[in-house]
Design a protein around this ligand. Structure first.
Ligand code: PGA
Length: 259
């Protein structure tokens, strides 16, 4: 069975002090839970908090850390960028790439996402590759073709073994931060389509291993229904990951269904 992942994407939120307080609070709430039933729990703080959060998490393996972005070069004249090795050094085992906010506001392209995915996998870190359609694309019946092309571009030239250990997050853009969750049956249908696309690219075994998350207004009240779907392997959570109680509520809901 695929181990579920509940990942909190903090976006541009929390000072170092707030990130530390949250992490200590979450650790108290979940780190005594039996690891066999606990999903993989991931937090994604802003760059400035990664070192401090990493220090709190380094002795426990109950919470993992993700960055929200990276650059594909190891070092050099790339002002403002952060290298994957540097993120790994402070304790990141995941890196989110291709989030719709980065595509929309920072002009991240499919080619850039593919370069990042390759570099992340080469560094033995796990990419969380985001994809999703706009409301206009959905209404025009372009959801499946758009997502298929995003996945094909992101995974281009990546070996089956590396695809198998990657993570994809399906996040319909109209559901992000809007309070409008995608219907769970429909989210599962799109995720099955993504899995079929992965199978075409990297084979059935990689498609059966890769974990595909749903993201977009996930809350403690929606998670059980989402996790009850056959192909939804977890959640990428924005707004509801910012408070310990609500994030812990989502972890709890996941365990009720998938443990
Ligand atoms: P949301 O964000 O849960 O606030 O909708 C999800 C995301 O953007 O990853």
């Amino acid at each position: 069975m695929r181990k579920p992942i509940i990942a909190g994407n903090w976006k541009l939120n929390k000072t170092v002090a707030e990130a530390v307080e949250f992490t200590e609070g979450l650790k108290k709430q979940i780190c005594n839970i039996n690891r066999a039933i606990l999903p993989e729990v991931v937090v994604a703080p802003v760059f400035t908090s990664l070192y401090s959060v990493g220090q709190i998490l380094k002795d426990s393996n109950c919470i993992k850390m993700s960055a929200q972005n990276c650059y594909w070069e190891e070092a050099g004249a790339f002002t403002g960028e952060v290298a994957i090795g540097m993120l790994k050094e402070v304790g990141c085992s995941y890196i989110i790439i291709g989030h719709s906010e980065r595509r929309q506001y920072f002009s991240e392209t499919d080619e850039m996402i593919n370069k990042k995915a390759k570099a992340i996998l080469a560094a033995d870190v796990t990419p969380i590759i985001c994809c999703g359609e706009t409301l206009e694309q959905r209404e025009a019946g372009q959801t499946d073709s758009h997502i298929k092309s995003q996945i094909e571009a992101a995974l281009d030239g990546i070996s089956s073994e590396d695809v198998a250990r990657s993570v994809i997050a399906y996040e319909p853009i109209w559901a992000i931060g809007t309070g409008k969750t995608c219907d769970s049956v429909e989210a599962n249908r799109v995720i099955k389509m993504i899995r079929a696309t992965v199978s075409e690219i990297a084979g059935e075994s990689a498609a059966n291993s890769i974990r595909i998350l749903y993201g977009g207004s996930v809350k403690p009240t929606t998670i059980e229904e989402q996790m009850a779907q056959s192909d939804i392997d977890g959640a990428l959570v924005g707004g509801a990951s910012l408070k310990v109680d609500s994030f812990a509520g989502i972890i709890d809901g996941c365990m009720k269904v998938k443990a």
